[in-house]
Each structure stands twice: as structure tokens, then as C-alpha cells.
Design a protein around this ligand. Structure first.
Ligand SMILES: Cc1cc(CN)n(C)n1
Length: 329
């Protein structure tokens, strides 16, 4: 109904951004993920060990939960994590935006990285419903279900480096970004919020054409995983940058000056990713060596995660399948 806004709070080192939702009256802090399409939640049906430290949804305590007989889900993510379980429906309220018949994927098994991250109690998938893993009948995302009742068929991500931001459904708050949004067409065939990336530039350098690999906007990925053409051109401008096997990627001296990165989104907007945001975090407590927020991937599409969102306010339009960006206010 109408619209809804929730605060997006970064975990330490901005690993992910969490926000509260209500499921059948139970308030649960979740990881909002524009790169997947399942709403699954920690539950009292998990082992005691898995439940420890988490908020666990209890279907028996919800007067509106209905079991979806015979349905199951099983999902795995790009980082190797995963979850599986059973399915039902319940009322979900996110900051005031409400869906009464939302598919709730009740976890009966979760991988170790989810167990150890006690700040998060599940995911709210916000990509396209064609990626939903429920079988035998695929289910819709919260946004897909909510769209027809929202004031506008949109949601926005306003994620900040080391600070609280927001997710908003049904409204685009123009006080949160500079100038006007630049809109790009979304290629919906893969089920991601996917768009073309045809060129880039580093700092004030010349613009270079890319190999045409597309990119997705993925709030559930911590870093910005880009093509090797972009990544090598970028770090060639950072003295002391090198691939650091022990750190698991490209590092540089924490004192390095990091240029801005400009990446084309959809062919007519160069999104600026601030150099400061590309300094992800020190690799250890000495603070000498820092880990790059920009890392290479051979994945097609590229996976532009939270590092990009820290510099760009992003609007997702499910009405006309487009994505809008502008620098944060
Ligand atoms: C749990 C989770 C979600 C995502 C991105 N969609 N990753 C890489 N891991």
C-alpha cells in the first residue's frame, strides 16, 4: 500500500546493509538483496545451533501464516553461501508497504556464513521473480507483489559508506540525490537488474570502450566486481597496487591516492564511483595495506555491489524495467 521506508544499516566494514521487516507481526532484521529473488528467513525449525544469536521466525506464533503444502526452496549465492527449507505465505510489512500473501521461505538449513553472521536473519530478494527458487510453483518477490499497490512501481537504495541510509518502496525521494536521475534500460532476460556498460574512464583520463560485458546492480554483494579491462586500467593509476594472494585480491598502500572511476550505465550516463569508496578497508589491524573495493571478475554480467551504491543513489523501476542513478545528496 502506498509507500514504505526503512533504515538501511551497514554491518561492520559495510559487508552488507540490513533493514527491519515485519513477517506475521514478528519484526526481523534482513539483508536486502537486489541480486536475488527469494525472501527467506531464519526459523525455529532450524537446529538450535543454527538459531543461536538470531531472530528466528516462528510460524506457530503468526495467526496469518499459511503453509504452502508441498513447496520447498533451495538457494545458493555467488559467495558459496546457501539456504533451504519449506514455504508458506504471510503478511509482510516493510516500513509501511504491505503485502498480505507474500511467499515466506522458512529456512530449515543454512550455510555456516549465515549462522555466524548474527546481525542478519535472512534475505529479501528484490531481483525479478523469474529467479525465485521455490518449487514446484515459483513465487513472486515482495516488490513484485507490492508493485500494483505502491504509489509508484519503484524502490530505491540509498546506501552510505559507514553510515545509515535507506530503502524506500513506492516513492523516489528527490532530496536524497543531486540533480536528476539518469535512467537506463534493464535487460530482464537474466532476471537481474542488468544494463549495458560500454565505456569507462579513470580519474580525468580518456574514456575507453569496454568489451561490452553488461553489469547488474546488486545490493547483496559487498564489492564492485568489474571486468579486468576496467580493473587493470584503474589500478594502473594507483601506485603500489597489486594482486595480493594472501588478501584474496588487489591491495594497495592505505596512503595511496585513489582516483574516481566513471562507468557508463546504459549508454548515456557516466556513474562516478568515488575513489574514497574504492578504499574498502585495511587488510589487518596495522592499517598499512588496504583492500580494493573494486575487484576483477570474469563473470558476465559484472556484479556492481555496495561500493557502487555508496557513490550512487539507485532507483529500480519495475513499471518500465529501468534503473535510475544520480550522485547522493
Ligand atoms: C547472501 C548473498 C547474496 C549475494 C548477492 N546476490 N551474495 C554474493 N551473497
Amino acid at each position: 500500500s502506498g509507500s514504505g521506508t526503512v533504515t538501511a544499516t551497514p554491518e561492520s566494514q559495510d559487508v552488507e546493509y540490513l533493514a527491519p521487516i515485519s513477517i506475521g507481526g514478528q519484526s526481523i532484521v534482513m539483508d536486502f538483496d537486489s541480486g536475488s529473488s527469494d525472501l527467506w528467513v531464519f526459523s525455529t525449525q532450524l537446529s538450535a545451533t543454527a538459531q543461536k544469536g538470531h531472530t528466528n521466525f516462528d510460524t506457530t506464533k503468526s495467526t496469518t501464516f499459511k503453509t504452502m503444502t508441498g513447496a520447498a526452496f533451495s538457494i545458493s549465492y555467488g559467495d558459496g553461501s546457501g539456504a533451504a527449507g519449506t514455504v508458506g505465505t504471510d503478511t509482510v510489512n516493510i516500513g509501511g508497504a504491505t503485502v498480505t500473501n507474500q511467499a515466506i521461505e522458512v529456512a530449515t538449513a543454512v550455510s555456516s556464513s549465515f549462522v555466524s553472521d548474527t546481525n542478519s536473519n535472512g534475505l529479501v530478494g528484490l531481483a525479478f521473480s523469474k529467479l525465485n527458487t521455490v518449487s514446484p510453483t515459483q513465487q513472486k518477490t515482495f516488490f513484485d507483489n507490492a508493485m500494483s499497490t505502491l504509489s509508484q512501481p519503484v524502490f530505491t537504495a540509498d546506501l552510505r559508506k559507514g553510515a545509515v541510509g535507506s530503502y524506500e518502496f513506492g516513492n523516489i525521494d528527490s532530496t536524497k540525490f543531486n540533480g536528476s536521475l539518469s535512467w537506463a534500460a534493464v535487460n530482464t532476460t537474466t532476471g537481474f537488474w542488468q544494463f549495458s556498460n560500454s565505456k569507462f574512464s579513470v580519474g580525468t583520463g580518456a574514456t575507453t570502450a569496454t568489451d561490452g560485458t553488461q553489469a547488474i546492480a546488486d545490493t547483496g554483494t559487498t564489492l564492485m566486481l568489474a571486468s579486468s579491462a576496467i580493473v587493470s586500467a584503474y589500478y594502473s593509476q594507483v601506485s603500489g597496487a597489486a594482486n595480493d594472494a594472501s588478501a584474496g585480491g588487489i591491495t594497495f598502500p592505505c596512503t595511496a591516492t585513489l582516483p574516481d572511476l566513471n562507468v557508463d550505465v546504459g549508454g548515456n550516463y557516466m556513474a562516478l564511483v568515488r575513489g574514497d569508496d574504492i578504499n574498502y578497508a585495511p587488510v589487518d589491524s596495522t592499517g598499512t595495506t588496504c583492500f580494493g573495493g573494486l575487484q576483477a571478475t570474469t563473470n558476465d554480467p559484472q556484479i556492481w555491489g555496495d561500493i557502487m551504491f555508496k557513490s550512487q543513489f539507485v532507483a529500480f523501476n519495475g513499471g518500465n524495467n529501468s534503473i535510475g542513478m544520480a550522485p547522493h545528496q
